[in-house]
Design a protein around this ligand. Structure first.
Ligand code: RTP
Ligand code: MG
Length: 141
C-alpha cells in the first residue's frame, strides 16, 4: 500500500558550521528521497518554542534552544514512501556517541563535552509531528 510522506529535516547549526549540509543532502538523495524544499535560515525564539514545545521544561530545553539559535540551520522538506521512519534510520540514535556507524550521527558526530547533544540533524518522528513542523518552518508549502 502506498504511503508517500513528507518529513521535516533540519541540518542543525553544528552541521552547517562543520560544512556537512551537502553530505546530509547527499545521503537523503542517494537513499532515494526527493527534496521538496531547502532553505538556509536562522531560527527564531518563536519558531523554536513551537518546534520544541514537547521538550519545554526538560533540563536540556534551555541549552537546546540556545544551541539552535547559535547559527543558521538548513531547513529541508523531504518526500518519499515511509520517509519519516526512513530518515530517522538514516540519522541514527539521538546520542552520536552510540549512534551506529553508517548513520549520519554515527559517522559524522560525537560528544563534544557541551551542554546539549549536538547531533547534526533533526527529523520528524511521526506523521503528526511532520505536518506540524512543516507548518512551522514552511507555512506556504
Ligand atoms: P531530533 O528531534 O533532533 O530529531 O532528535 P531526537 O528525536 O533523536 O531527540 P529528541 O528526544 O526529540 O530531542 C531533541 C534534541 O534535543 C537534544 N537533546 N539533548 N540529554 C541531552 O543532552 C539531550 N537530550 C536531547 C538533542 O539535540 C536532540 O536531538
Ligand atoms: Mg525528536
Amino acid at each position: 500500500m502506498t504511503d508517500v510522506q513528507r518529513s521535516l529535516v533540519l541540518v542543525k547549526p553544528d552541521g552547517v558550521r562543520r560544512g556537512l549540509s551537502g553530505e546530509v543532502l547527499r545521503r537523503i538523495e542517494t537513499k532515494g528521497y526527493t527534496l521538496a524544499a531547502v532553505e538556509l535560515r536562522t531560527a527564531t525564539a518563536e519558531i523554536l518554542a513551537d518546534h520544541y514545545a514537547e521538550h519545554e521544561g526538560k533540563p536540556f530545553y534551555g541549552p537546546l534552544v540556545e544551541f539552535m539559535l547559535s547559527g543558521p540551520v538548513l531547513a529541508v522538506v523531504i518526500e518519499g514512501e515511509r520517509c519519516i521512519e526512513g530518515f530517522r534510520a538514516l540519522a541514527g540514535a539521538t546520542d552520536p556517541t552510540v549512534a551506529l556507524p553508517g548513520t549520519i550521527r554515527g559517522d559524522l558526530g560525537r560528544d563534544w563535552g557541551l551542554a546539549v547533544q549536538q547531533n547534526i540533524v533533526h527529523g520528524s518522528d511521526s506523521p503528526e509531528s511532520a505536518a506540524r513542523e512543516i507548518g512551522i518552518w514552511f507555512p506556504n508549502l
